[in-house]
Design a protein around this ligand. Sequence first.
Ligand SMILES: *Cc1c(COP(=O)(O)O)cnc(C)c1O
Length: 818
Amino acid sequence: MSQTMNKDELKKVIALNVKSLYRKTIDEATPAMIYQAVALAVKDMIIDRWIATHKEYEKQDAKVVYYMSMEFLTGRFLGNNIISLCEQKEIEEALSELGFDLNSIEDQERDPALGNGGLGRLAACFLDSLASLGYPAYGCGIRYRYGMFKQQIRDGYQIEVPDEWLKDGYPFEIRRAEYATEVKFGGYVETEWDGKRNHFVQKGYQSVMAVPYDIPIVGYGNNVVNSLRIWDAQPVNTFNLSEFDKGDYQKAVEQENLAKTIVEVLYPNDNHYSGKELRLKQQYFFISASVQRAIKKYKEKHDDIHKFYEKASFQLNDTHPTVAVAELMRILLDEENLEWDEAWEITTKTCAYTNHTIMAEALEKWPIELFSRLLPRVYQIVEEINRRFVAQIQQRYPGDNEKIRRMAIIYDGQVRMAYLAIVGSFSVNGVAKLHTEILEKQELRDFYEMMPEKFNNKTNGITQRRFLLHGNPLLADWVTDKIGNEWITDLSNIKKLSVYVDDEKCQQEFMNIKYQNKIRLAKYIKEHNGIDVDPRSIFDVQVKRLHEYKRQLMNILHVMYLYNQLKDNPNMDIVPRTFIFGAKAAAGYKRAKLTIKLINNVADVINNDKSIGGKLKVVFIEDYRVSNAELIFSAADVSEQISTASKEASGTGNMKFMLNGALTIGTMDGANVEMAEEVGKENMFIFGASADEIINLENKGGYNPMDIFNNDQDIRRVLMQLINGYYSPQDPELFRDIYNSLLNTQSSDRADTYFILKDFRSYAEAHKKIDQAYRDEKWWARTAMLNTASAGKFSSDRTIEEYVRDIWHLKKIKVELK
Ligand SMILES: *Cc1c(COP(=O)(O)O)cnc(C)c1O
């Protein structure tokens, strides 16, 4: 039927879709209309596979992982779905005969940006891998009406514009009203004695209906289609007569408002806890709906709830979904009428927790007052979990009140979500070797000592299907030409490229592809920034969320330093360099937004200075997101992974660059450490203090950056340019806060919290080496190719196989089409 279509069938279906959607013929249709029509045709091809996949799961009574995440940063689906269905050629030809180009049709899709950065993108890569490997899985999340804001740059400043991704309808989602579920907030708990036991009943609550929308996640070439289930909120029986008659008008209005606001926006903080009441509502909303639904589904086929964990795992993507521990307990206790110990056994065999950060400001701690008011019954359960856990600590460490202070789930008026997640889960994992070591030895050492068997590492990964096959078609075709196409489903095969690294013809082909991709990006930059960049210059790229620990500031300070050198000596022999930045800052993160302004002001001065002969260019790419990321990674020569050691849990941008043949300048942090193991330190530009050194300095209360300021003229000159109007003549004080943050002239924070001045010289040295190395074309080409060839470990397929082996224990499924 419509499971596959040839070119002519496709042309017919697209024309038909345009007609029935818009009452237009093909030649009257806009690209946006064609996009909708093509998406609908693709959805048609998906739908039978989707149904067949779920039939197969039921037939096999397969165990399922519920990947619970506040964020899924999927990026566009059309292109990826077409690739996964192996319909690229047919659709390209059909469109071309209709007078359209597939790339520009793909450009009509808005990115579903239901995530901030790395954590949300990881969830999306995991779903892609789960489907492509044939594992039964649901993504569980929120259908934010407005996803991550669109970033505009005006006069160098970031402006946040609402992301109306649903405005024209999203063609791939399907509303599943039949699975709507009520979620209750607030009120109070009444205890009712039935002669045998107490029952706890929530009364006087407000509720909303959670209504799921499913988005298909298409496995690569295997007919498997999993679901990303995102929940929308709707009012429950608004203004129904019985409520109204009771004079409960106020409550009806409040319920309606709750439903409207709860899924309104994604909080734009990355690695930062905001503590907003609405955020906790969002968390409980999607978790309660997902857990209720998982239990219902299980009970349709099984009668022994005690074995729930044999058919379901809940993976908690950071602490945001941790309330799942207590919600599962609530359902087992209050609705399934289990005893505490039975319920606890099921819960702690179902839940597993992934830790994503060790930074204090990111740890979620909810005030008891807020938590218990919003979730009165759930809070009682958390109290009881805590009471029993504290008793366990006392038994293991009699009289050690320090341990209780350090480990209790409820302490000092707050619920510590990470500790609830650890206690309620059978698995606790970090996301890179170094990160897991730091968790075990430092941040979570008390827990590691008490329950070492729970701890494990799962180094993050990325899907090669989006970030090479789709994002870099020229390189993908070349790789396939050289080593066959097995790398698409098993990236370890990419190491077969190593035999070509010394082959000069291959080196030239590889670098020529890089050059073509740089031309593609240069065109994008010309269109969006109006800046001419030379594709023969080194494309040196830092794209990621803007955060002090990621040290975009160090990068731009180094650009200022290079510019000073060039001004002093315009004949200085350096390889022309284009520094490319892309980053959104959380809307309330002042210093991050000021750093964006600094980058743009520096760009303005440098790009307009004719005296340096175009040797330096600085570009800030507006609205960094998955769709333009794909263009950026494929065009990069140098990848900036320069976080303060110990602060970046893993990073995944680093892996995308490596796979696309960029050389990394980076600290020994996160997964950079493992990249160095794979490709060899000599094939990266490693610099800066180690994680151990940083942690030691932090334990001593920091260091004194004034010593560096006083003794290093070049650094002092750059810092003075922050406060003498060099880059902001109209307002010389504009960048004072950044200057202060580095030298701590009055702020209460430690001076140079992220050790920028400490690492600056070693960073500048590493850049000098890049300049020298790039002149040796053969070395560079060989090393770039070697980076691609060594990226096999960093496929999210490998990561998922490890989760399956150690945590979820899923079985692969085969889907045959009839
Ligand atoms: C991969 C990715 C990230 C994460 O980048 P890091 O460098 O690991 O912080 C963030 N945003 C987008 C759009 C990405 O594709």
